[in-house]
Design a protein around this ligand. Sequence first.
Ligand SMILES: [Zn+2]
Ligand SMILES: [Zn+2]
Length: 254
Amino acid sequence: MIDSHCHLASEEFRGDLSTIIDRAQETGISTMITIGDTVQESAECLKIAEEYPSLFAAIGVHPHHAKNFDEARDGTWLKEHAKHPKCKAIGEIGLDYHYMNSPKSDQMSAFRCQLQLAKELKKPAVIHTREALDDTWKILQEIDHHGIVIHCCTEAWNDIERFVDRGYFLSFTGIATYAKSDVIRETIKHCPLEQMMVETDAPYLSPVPHRGKRNEPAFVKEVAQCVAEVKGVSFEEVDAVTTQNTLQFFGLLP
Ligand SMILES: [Zn+2]
Ligand SMILES: [Zn+2]
């Protein structure tokens, strides 16, 4: 099994990262994709990915930090570091109109720029979208890059169906395990397993029964278990198919 999206460069893992990675591997999590939110964190992701064979990295600037995105400076940095052998994607990038930590116009231009970069570099893109589905769709169609995953998908099937029809992947987190998340479980029911990934988004969003604690890659099993129950298939099948999807998506197949 793979945790397709976690933030292992986060401060919260600074004290015990090797323990966390060992525990994930003992639980059967063979691979983890650690995601950058800023240039600084992206650099840290590459550094820890160098240290651990089971880690790969995505580099990018999150929409929260879009107001600090400088196309010349940061675009150049990303282009340069995308060549790193452990860099497997650009992300996370996208739009977040819920928190609105950066103005819409800054979010849109940082997203466009980084998505264009991913396309040029032939790297897949990890997309964060919250309350911004229409603009996300618009930019995705504009740039028309293949190799798109909508991470931490919480959308209703009616709203996200066109993304799946377009060939994009959906990745689900522990939110799917929460009692109130019927809408997400309905989306899981409809989304073909062949276009699905599982993730923790650790250190945030711990699945049930770990809710309220710091999240970690070992807990991605709870997400896969939830997908299995919702779809009425075995845990082993969810594990096999999502692992294959994730290896293929990030170019990790031998
Ligand atoms: Zn995100
Ligand atoms: Zn994330």
